[in-house]
Each structure stands twice: as structure tokens, then as C-alpha cells.
Design a protein. Structure first.
Length: 358
């Protein structure tokens, strides 16, 4: 029997209890495609200034909830608040993206980086937790508040490359040629990530997502060392103190390594990118394991008929398991909000058409 609840559909599915209605939220659901966000952004200073403004960050977090009635609010922030709090110079350049002063094996992270994080939490990161408290107060009970952090490998790639990259050659070279030194960097980032996630939980988030967006560039041994191992440590530490908080892993590009990621990290659910074949997932992952995903966000830029076809294809594939509808990556900034509204209606209408019996 499928379960429904007046509270959180998201939390029910993350607990392995399939609901009669499929919950939906979208990665990057708050941001540049929304006119109400752009109105705030024009007068808010830098992007990081906006992330560290509790009142505005809370307002932006709630904008898509008020507009679309989504089942979860994900904190408006960025994965790069970690290197910023650790003392690395971070900025966001219009049309270019994040720019950091890159680390090298010869110029690694400072030895007092974690001390800097502790000091930074008294102003920068505490402002993020204040934003969470504001959202937790304003949202309804049936809207789940999700906190997040970047996976240590992904965050490290930005710290080493100085921004985004096509091949992450500098990071991969450091990890293979100076593995002991790189392990120190990953350990610092992992410790900082744990600290940041615990701060979010104390402030009121009800679930966590770990965005390991660049895991797909690693081979099998690299994936084990730089994705699975630190993720294990994050989950083990968080669960010891907060066993009730579900954790969603997003190992983007991991493909055939997803079953091992699930079994080794003990993550509560996995979010799939759009490259993962649905029939493969259904054959490889047990039916009682919660999944999330995985519509290609490009369909939000195209024809409504194709959006309907592909959204329904995903809903049908996961109709017999705990499932949260989402995208395979974030909403593109060119997306028309009306297409997001249409997508949510597709999910809601599909819910109304299916039986509540298995």
C-alpha cells in the first residue's frame, strides 16, 4: 500500500515509504530564471553578498515555493562558501562564473584553514544558518527544507582549478602525482563540509543533499578514493549525531558506479543525472530504495509536448518505488517560469491519474 501524509511527501519517500503523490522539487529552482530573483539581484551587491544576507537569502529560497507550490525548499546558497570560509579568495564574475585564487601542490591550503573556518562561522556562515532559521519559520510543514554542500572532490576541483574546467587536469594530476598532499586537502574540505552541514541541521534543515557534480571525471580507483571515502566519512559523522536526517547523494556522471556508491556510503537516496538509463537503474537498484531525478533540464527550454513525454516517461519508470521527481541537473537561466509551472502540473496530474494501490 502506498502511503500519503499531510506533512512531508519528501521525507516519506526518503524513508523508503512510497506515497500516492510523487513529490517534486528542482535543483536550482531559486535563481536567475525567476524575475522576482532578478529584481532582488540588481541591488544586492555581489553574489556572495547575497548568499550571506539572511533576509534576502531566505526570501529567494521561498520564491519558487510561493510561485509553484513545490514540495521542498532548498537553501539559496553556493557550494563555494566552504573555500571562501576557509580563507581562499572567491568571487563570481558575470558571464564567467566562479573565480578562485588556485591552490597548487607547492602552494596548498594554509595550515590554519580550519581555524579560519571557525572564525568565519562567527559572521559569514552564521548568516547562512540565520537564513535557514528564517525559512524554517515561514515555510509550511508539508514543505521540506533541504540543506546542502558540495562533495569534497567537487569543491576541491574549484579550489585547484581556480574555477570551472573541462578536464580538471590540474586537480587530477595533483591527486595522482601528489596523492598524500591532495588527501590532506580533501580531509580539510571534508571536515569543513561536516561542520557546515551540522550547522545547517542545527538551524532547521530536514534533509541534506551532497552535490558531487564532478565525480564523472574520475576512474574507478579515483572514484573510490576521492568520492566514496570522503562521502562515507561525512555520512557516518552526520548520522551519529543526527540519525533522523536523510542524506541524498548526487554523484553526477557516476553511471555504473552508482550501486557501489549506494552500498559503500550508506546514503539514504541517490539523485540521478539525465545520462543514467532508467531501465538500467530499475534493474540494478532494489525497488524499495529511494531515487530522485532525472529530467534533462533542456526540455524546459523546448516544446511542451516533449516536456510532457519525457516527464511522463520518468514518472512511469519509477512508479513502483519511493521516488522524488527532479531534474538531472539545475534549471537553466534561460528557462521560462511558465515551463516550470507546466512541468509541475504534469507531475501533479500524473499523481491524480494513478492508482493508490501497488
Amino acid at each position: 500500500m502506498k502511503v500519503d501524509t499531510s506533512k512531508s511527501l519528501i521525507l516519506e519517500n526518503l524513508a523508503g515509504r512510497q506515497t500516492s503523490s510523487v513529490p517534486v522539487w528542482l535543483m536550482r529552482q531559486a535563481g536567475r530564471y525567476l524575475p522576482e530573483y532578478r529584481k532582488i539581484r540588481r541591488n544586492a551587491g555581489s553574489f556572495l553578498d547575497l548568499c550571506y544576507n539572511p533576509k534576502l537569502a531566505a526570501e529567494i529560497t521561498l520564491q519558487p515555493i510561493k510561485r509553484f507550490g513545490l514540495d521542498a525548499a532548498i537553501l539559496f546558497s553556493d557550494i563555494l562558501v566552504i573555500p571562501d570560509a576557509l580563507g581562499q579568495q572567491v568571487s563570481f564574475v558575470e558571464g564567467l562564473g566562479p573565480v578562485l585564487n588556485p591552490l597548487t601542490p607547492q602552494k596548498p591550503i594554509p595550515s590554519n584553514a580550519l581555524e579560519r573556518l571557525t572564525n568565519a562561522s562567527k559572521n559569514k556562515l552564521d548568516s547562512i544558518y540565520e537564513a535557514i532559521e528564517r525559512v524554517a519559520t515561514e515555510k509550511t510543514d508539508n514543505c521540506t527544507l533541504i540543506g546542502f554542500a558540495g562533495g569534497p572532490w567537487t569543491v576541491a576541483t574549484y579550489m585547484v582549478e581556480g574555477g570551472s574546467s573541462r578536464d580538471f587536469q590540474n586537480t587530477r594530476s595533483w591527486a595522482t602525482s601528489y596523492s598524500k598532499s591532495f588527501e590532506i586537502l580533501l580531509d580539510v574540505v571534508t571536515d569543513a563540509t561536516i561542520t557546515h552541514l551540522e550547522g545547517q541541521i542545527c538551524a532547521g534543515v530536514e534533509a541534506i543533499q551532497i552535490f558531487e557534480s564532478h565525480s564523472g571525471v574520475l576512474d574507478g580507483p579515483g572514484f573510490d578514493q576521492w568520492v566514496i571515502k570522503p562521502t562515507q566519512r561525512i555520512i557516518d559523522t552526520i548520522k551519529r549525531k543526527n540519525p533522523h536526517i536523510p542524506i541524498i547523494g548526487f554523484p553526477r556522471g557516476a553511471a555504473a558506479q552508482i550501486p557501489r556508491f549506494i552500498s559503500e556510503t550508506k546514503v539514504d537516496a541517490v539523485s540521478l543525472d539525465q545520462s543514467v538509463p532508467l531501465d538500467w537503474v530499475c534493474s540494478q537498484i532494489p525497488d524499495n530504495y529511494p531515487m530522485q531525478g532525472n529530467l534533462d533540464p533542456i526540455y524546459l527550454l523546448g516544446e511542451p509536448e516533449k516536456l510532457h513525454f519525457h516527464a511522463t516517461r520518468i514518472l512511469s519508470a519509477f512508479s513502483n518505488r519511493p521516488f522524488i521527481f527532479n531534474l538531472g541537473h539545475g534549471v537553466n537561466k534561460e528557462t521560462n517560469p511558465e515551463m516550470v509551472q507546466r512541468l509541475i502540473e504534469i507531475v501533479r496530474n500524473y499523481n491524480n491519474c494513478v492508482s493508490t494501490e501497488i
